[in-house]
Ligand binder design. Structure first.
Ligand code: NAD
Length: 267
């Protein structure tokens, strides 16, 4: 990714904003004079984190569709615009059942996939009113390489990547860039249950700062629909999707996809 910087005075919303990646990103955005609204679950700790970072705090449970809309409306009412939405809230699941834990699956998909979809649906009209902008979705490497211990997380993050890729062309036509970031394991609270095992195995984990740098670059100069893999020792690099074989016509030529399968703005 080429590095440019967001214009000072831009307005960014970060869901899951008081967590590890959210805090690291917020510090970087504040240093660039971006107005930052951190949206997260309601707790004294989360309000305090936002205050310490010089950011506004908005209470948000991303699984609540109406609440996503209310937060975006609040941002626009108070700051006049929204330029970037970082849809970053997430939880890990863990399926230790012998066959399948449906409850765990549904809980993770609710936050990690529908939280993203609701967040995007709420942010899009505001980004359009601002004349364009960015949505950066925090997916995961698990969205590209499913984890056998966590089907819910794998489906949610894989779904988030598919959502980004599906939405990208129509949004690009509106000057809105949607991208996904796909970090490997990183040193935040989400890996607390596994931290000692990583250390014992000598397995390297990312810092939150490394991931925040990639989130910032995805806003400033991300390619529509790109999914940026971030791994220790590698940095951020766009994942190369292999694609699928095209259909062939009766005469053996590559079939052209019908116009109806393209978004209205691209016909
Ligand atoms: N740390 C990693 O190893 C790693 C790797 C790949 C992807 N991710 C993803 O990065 C994102 C940020 O996670 P993190 O590593 O900073 O962990 P974190 O636990 O520090 O932060 C997650 C934040 O999301 C918030 N959150 C959880 N449920 C919510 C809900 N329903 N509504 C609103 N906010 C909610 C939490 O309160 C927390 O502040 C997540 O989507 C996570 O899945 C993390």
């Amino acid at each position: 990714m080429t590095h440019t910087t967001p214009a000072p005075g831009s307005v960014a919303l970060v869901t899951g904003g008081t967590g590890g990646f959210g805090r690291a990103l917020a510090s970087k955005l504040r240093a660039l004079d971006v107005t930052v609204v951190l949206a997260d679950l309601d707790s004294a700790r989360n309000w305090q984190v936002a205050e310490d970072l010089g950011c506004e705090f908005a209470v948000l449970d991303v699984t609540d569709r109406a609440a996503n809309e209310a937060v975006v409306a609040q941002v626009e009412a108070e700051h006049g615009r929204l330029d970037a939405a970082f849809l970053n809230a997430g939880i890990a699941g863990f399926d230790s059942a012998e066959l399948f834990d449906l409850q765990s699956f549904l809980a993770v998909v609710d936050v990690d996939l529908f939280g993203v979809v609701f967040g995007a649906a709420a942010a899009l009209p505001a980004l359009q009113r601002a004349g364009g902008g960015a949505i950066v979705v925090t997916a995961s490497l698990a969205g590209l390489s499913p984890m056998a211990t966590d089907p819910g997380y794998s489906v949610a993050k894989g779904g988030a990547v598919a959502f980004v890729r599906s939405m990208a062309p129509r949004l690009a036509a509106q000057n809105i860039t949607i991208t996904a970031i796909c970090p490997g394991f990183a040193d935040t609270a989400i890996i607390d249950p596994l931290r000692e095992e990583f250390a014992a195995a000598g397995f390297p984990v990312l810092t939150a700062e490394e991931v925040a740098d990639a989130m910032l670059a995805a806003w400033a100069s991300g390619e529509p629909g790109a999914a940026y893999v971030i791994q220790p020792g590698i940095g951020a690099t766009p994942y190369r999707f292999k694609g699928v074989p095209s259909a062939r016509t009766a005469t053996g030529e590559t079939a052209v996809v019908p116009e109806a399968l393209r978004p209205p703005s691209m016909r």
